[in-house]
Design a binder for this molecule. Structure first.
Ligand code: HEC
Length: 419
């Protein structure tokens, strides 16, 4: 018994340090960056989060897809497209409401990649097809058929021609009004694509090799590792290429020389998604730790995650341990009315407040019902069983607070900080 207590006392500080600080409820599968720098992230938790990236705060969370959200693309006018395991594509307004502006249906399997060029949106799916949607015209999409098996990736290449890659190992171009062309054929599935300057393309394979296919069809190989690649992103000027593998590492390459510039090391690996900021200096990664992280593309060093840590300035008189646990919440919730409604409602006056009652916040139908009053007990229940259990249909990403210690500290903190 003594030994157990001793072990526990040794473990406790460690546990506190590991207090859950995730923002998404599952791995971050997709990222999209708009030209103005706003960022969207999406994941296996079915949610899409729109970020004010400079401030590190979540502006909105939407949960609408039935299943994981696999891909995102930034569209003109600040719109963001999301696609999911449910085979649907949704277009979201720049100030995300509870519902999409438009839904594109037709795919008969998970839609795993999206690419945008002007008013055109291309999608790749595990129904063996890719589609090109003209968002201006609203007409039926062009359906691209020919791959054997899943289509895993799609980009707009030189002259706006759609290029796809698939489980059949081929990379294909689909010029409008002409027969499709096979640009390259490899013996292993190709998982991801990036378009490079001069009509070149990069394909990331199941064998961990990045293959750069130039406009003439010549292929160069970059050995990024041995694990399957799941994400590729080119910097805006096309000089750098980031490759993320399911095994963990993110490598940064100089495209022209083929030189490995950095292998990212630090928290948040393995990653599922990578994207460059418009200035090319910041690299975003989304990973298994359910966070969006920021890296310096020049040095390869971590800058930190979005939400949470940056806002964790200690507040005098408040439970410091509880404040640390609250970091997981602070990306989406302000504590005061002045802090306003962010992705979630402000939490001022929480205890004694009816669920779904903050004026001006657009709640999900479930929370708007208002049939729970928030108390120590009901908030504890919310984060023990999880929002999906307690309030099914909520748009708050799955959040639970793993241990009793953390939960007690969070409640102490909330009691004082929301008064
Ligand atoms: C990624 C964003 C996000 C994170 C992180 C997050 N929440 Fe939320 N939270 C929301 C959203 C969105 C809602 C509104 C849900 C709805 O309308 O269905 C919400 C609702 C709530 C509510 C109900 C409020 C009301 O007015 O009825 C409470 C309480 C709450 N969150 C507490 C927390 C706490 C505590 C944490 C951290 C452990 C946390 N949330 C983490 C987005 C988030």
């Amino acid at each position: 018994m003594r030994l157990v207590l001793l072990l526990l006392s040794l473990l406790l500080p460690l546990r506190a340090a590991l207090a859950q600080e995730a923002v998404h409820g599952g791995p971050v599968r997709a990222l999209a960056v708009a030209p103005d720098g706003t960022l969207a992230s999406a994941g296996f938790d079915q949610s899409v989060i729109f970020w004010d990236a400079a401030g590190g705060r979540a502006r909105a969370v939407v949960r609408w897809h039935a299943g994981a959200v696999n891909a995102l693309a930034a569209l003109p006018g600040g719109l963001v497209a999301s696609s999911g395991e449910d085979g649907r594509i949704a277009l979201w307004p720049p100030r995300p409401g509870a519902q999409p502006l438009r839904v594109l249906e037709g795919h008969e399997g998970p839609v795993v990649a999206l690419a945008a060029a002007g008013p055109r949106l291309a999608s790749a799916a595990w129904d063996g097809t890719a589609r090109v949607w003209d968002l201006g015209a609203g007409a039926l999409p062009r359906v691209l058929e020919g791959h054997q098996g899943n289509v895993n990736a799609v980009v707009f290449g030189a002259d706006g021609v759609v290029v796809t890659a698939g489980a059949d190992g081929t990379v294909r171009a689909w010029p409008e009004g002409e027969p499709p062309r096979t640009l390259a054929e490899f013996s292993l599935p190709q998982n991801t694509l990036a378009a490079l300057p001069g009509g070149a393309l990069a394909a990331g394979g199941a064998d961990g090799i990045v293959r750069i296919i130039d406009a003439g069809g010549a292929v160069r190989e970059l050995q990024a590792g041995t694990r399957p690649l799941v994400a590729l992103a080119a910097s805006p000027d096309g000089a750098l290429l980031a490759a993320g593998s399911i095994g963990g590492s993110v490598t940064l390459w100089e495209v022209a020389s083929g030189r490995l510039r950095h292998t990212l090391e630090g928290p948040g690996l393995p990653v599922w998604s990578v994207a460059f900021a418009p200035d090319g200096r910041t690299l975003w990664t989304g990973g298994a730790d359910r966070r969006v992280r920021r890296w310096d593309a020049a040095t390869g060093s971590p800058i930190g995650p979005l939400g949470g840590e940056a806002e964790a300035a200690p507040v005098a008189g408040l439970d410091a341990y509880g404040a640390r646990v609250f970091r997981a919440c602070s990306a989406c919730h302000a504590l005061t009315p002045e802090g306003g409604n962010m992705a979630g409602p402000h939490l001022h006056g929480l205890f004694g407040r009816r669920m779904g009652s903050v004026a001006g916040y657009e709640y999900s139908e479930r929370l708007a019902r208002g049939d729970i009053t928030w108390t120590r007990e009901t908030v504890a229940d919310l984060f023990t069983r999880g929002p999906d259990e307690v309030t099914p249909g909520t748009k708050m990403p799955v959040q639970t607070v793993g241990n009793a210690e953390d939960l007690a500290a969070l409640l102490r903190f909330l009691e004082a900080a929301t008064r």
